[in-house]
Write a protein that binds this ligand. Structure first.
Ligand SMILES: Nc1ncnc2c1ncn2[C@@H]1O[C@H](COP(=O)(O)OP(=O)(O)O)[C@@H](O)[C@H]1O
Ligand SMILES: [Mg+2]
Length: 319
């Protein structure tokens, strides 16, 4: 069952540029060019793309803050921008770049207000609050005004805020941006836990490490178009980036065999370092080359280097 369905989603912004006192030019920006996507219940989706790709625009539409120019959007039984009032009770949203909490109020006061807004019953609220304090390490910051919090503390408080009403799905727009390693670890750990408990999570981030750690599915967006969708693991096999084999190989007279291997796997041999580098097309070739090399040569070291997700994504963006 699909939880989110998006078809042919378009968003166009009109920008007015002042050219002179008398002239204002109108220019259109196509932020989303007709994207399709689906997300299943319980999925942890990574939504990746360079600056300006249209990620935040997508999240704004999915959370009902913004109306699309064209296309169909459905989350659960709701059309977000139409059923906004009922819809927001079922979702949690965090925009990493700006706070949704009351700047001057202590964290706990924001939580109490949200409890009222979402009409969470007292018993459920108490239980949820206890859980969030424990898992997001909120005890020491509950009484502090939001404006006094460090970025890491604020982000944990924001995550708590979006979970007060225990929504089914979370939309997180760059929740780890600018966080130090420890703060990030706490956030990532928490997200992993609530996803295991069944929450559906739609996560936008720049950080491929977060995606690799957390997400099972991913979408790559570039200039308003989805350029990859599928499993995080499988992304590595698109784009035809080679898998590298780097081996220490002592020459032993089988020069012709070595040359054959080099030409077959577009490799190179550095005689000075006795280092052989091969560029393989797929995983199957790893065992092939390993067998040939170990059977015929003296091998001191054999390393396999798959392309990193960063490399693959850079390749997708530029091709
Ligand atoms: N309110 C707006 N008015 C005009 N243009 C906008 C507005 N918001 C975003 N854009 C433009 O739409 C494109 C996509 O932006 P955005 O969705 O914020 O991308 P991302 O979150 O991936 O960085 C960019 O070219 C951006 O400049
Ligand atoms: Mg953004």
């Amino acid at each position: 069952m699909e939880f989110i369905t998006v078809e042919g989603l378009k968003k166009e912004y009109t920008i007015y540029e002042k050219k002179s006192f008398f002239r204002r030019d109108k220019r259109k920006v196509e932020a989303l060019k007709g994207i399709d996507l689906t997300v299943k219940k319980g999925e942890f989706l990574g939504y990746v793309g360079p600056n300006g790709a249209g990620k935040s625009t997508t999240i704004k539409i999915l959370t009902g803050i913004m109306t699309p120019s064209d296309g169909m959007v459905k989350v659960g039984e709701y059309v977000p921008y139409k059923d906004r009032k009922k819809y927001v009770k079922n979702i949690g949203v965090v925009f990493g770049q700006k706070t949704q909490m009351w700047w001057d109020l202590p964290v706990i006061d924001t939580y109490e207000l949200l409890k009222g807004i979402y009409k969470v019953d007292e018993k459920k609220y108490k239980r949820q609050l206890e859980y969030l304090i424990d898992r997001l390490f909120l005890q020491d910051i509950l009484k502090q005004p939001v404006r006094q919090l460090s970025l890491g503390q604020r982000m944990r408080a924001e995550l708590g805020a979006c979970m007060i009403h225990d929504p089914e799905i979370l939309f997180l727009d760059e929740p780890t941006i600018g966080l130090d390693v420890v703060s990030k670890y706490k956030v990532v750990d928490f997200l992993q836990e609530i996803n295991k408990q069944g929450k559906t999570i739609f996560l936008t981030t720049h950080d491929m490490k977060d995606i690799e750690k957390l997400c099972n599915e991913m979408l790559v967006l570039n200039h308003g178009d989805i350029v990859y969708k599928g499993k995080v693991e499988e992304l590595k096999t698109v784009g035809e980036l080679p898998i590298r084999v780097v081996a220490q190989v002592k020459r032993n007279g089988y020069d012709s065999l070595l040359n054959e291997i080099i030409s077959k796997y577009s490799g190179e041999y550095n005689a000075e370092k006795s280092q052989l580098v091969l560029n393989l097309k797929n995983k199957k070739e790893i065992s092939e080359t390993a067998k040939t090399l170990f059977n015929n040569f003296d091998i001191d070291d054999f390393k396999v280097q798959e392309p990193s997700i960063e490399e693959v994504i850079k390749f997708i963006y530029t091709s």
